[in-house]
Design a protein around this ligand. Structure first.
Ligand code: PGA
Length: 256
């Protein structure tokens, strides 16, 4: 089962996630990190910056990218990852990849991204947020549980949720390239973070609900090594919250 940590706030969650990343990088300075965008991972990047680690050897692969934004658009995930992760944390730009950024045609971009991840030996640790639709990456409801990197159509809910980053809601692209659920499952460790009441239903369904393509986040139940870190609000619909707290408080030194 996943380890579930219910913590006070996003800052505490970021510290815990950064600790996981630091452990991976300590054992392997050229570790491969799966990078998420959106608001959720910001406290993780802040905590990681606070640790002052040398991350120049780390390779990075973003989960997803919009399709259809002009090159250099500030809300493209290439730009977001550069601004929020690569520059502040001192990663080496040429070692960080975003789906579709290899200069090749859109057709086949998913397969090429999969090949690039495979060429470095796979992702060691994947950071994940979860959308209110239950998506991880941009795998919206109905995504095959074994899907690979490919083009997807965003739900109207996701477009509305992401409209805050754009001048107007119709500027949010309709399509994206996203790692598939099968791609995500191949990472050696998953760390999923969620904050706020708006994520509570998705978190409960992902952690405790039936495994279903209708709730893409539920695919984490198939992974042998998952740490779910939520604040009290995002964890408020977890049926077994008391047990998760008990298990977390009593975890053995070699766990997590
Ligand atoms: P958020 O998005 O971090 O901006 O809430 C998460 C997601 O949509 O996966």
């Amino acid at each position: 089962m996943a380890e579930i940590a219910i913590v006070a706030d996003a800052e505490a969650a970021g510290e815990l996630a950064a600790q996981q990343i630091a452990r991976v990088v300590a054992s392997r300075p050229d570790a491969v990190l799966g990078l998420a965008t959106g608001s959720t991972p910001l406290s993780t990047w802040a905590a990681l910056k606070g640790r002052g680690l040398d991350l120049t050897g780390v390779r990075g692969f973003a989960l997803d990218e919009y399709v259809g934004l002009p090159d250099g658009h500030p809300e493209s995930y290439r730009a977001v990852i550069t601004r929020e992760v690569v520059e502040p944390l001192g990663l080496t730009p040429s070692l960080v990849h975003v789906p579709g950024d290899d200069g090749g045609p859109l057709d086949g971009a998913g397969e090429r991204y999969e090949a690039a991840i495979a060429a470095v030996g796979g992702v060691d640790l994947q950071i994940l947020g979860i959308g209110r639709t239950g998506h991880i990456g941009f795998n919206e409801p109905g995504s095959s549980l074994t899907s690979r990197t490919r083009i997807k159509t965003l739900t109207e809910q996701t477009r509305a949720d992401n409209a805050r980053f754009f001048d107007s809601p119709d500027q949010v692209p309709r399509h994206c390239l996203t790692q598939g659920l099968g791609t995500i499952l191949d990472a050696r460790q998953l760390v999923l973070l969620a904050f706020g009441e708006g994520k509570a239903a998705a978190v409960a369904a992902a952690v405790e609900g039936p495994l279903s393509a209708s709730m893409p986040g539920s695919v984490i139940q198939l992974h042998p090594r998952v740490l779910v870190i939520v604040d009290e609000a995002a964890g408020s619909q977890l049926r077994h919250a008391d047990y998760y707290r008990f298990a977390w408080d009593n975890r053995l030194p070699f766990e997590v």
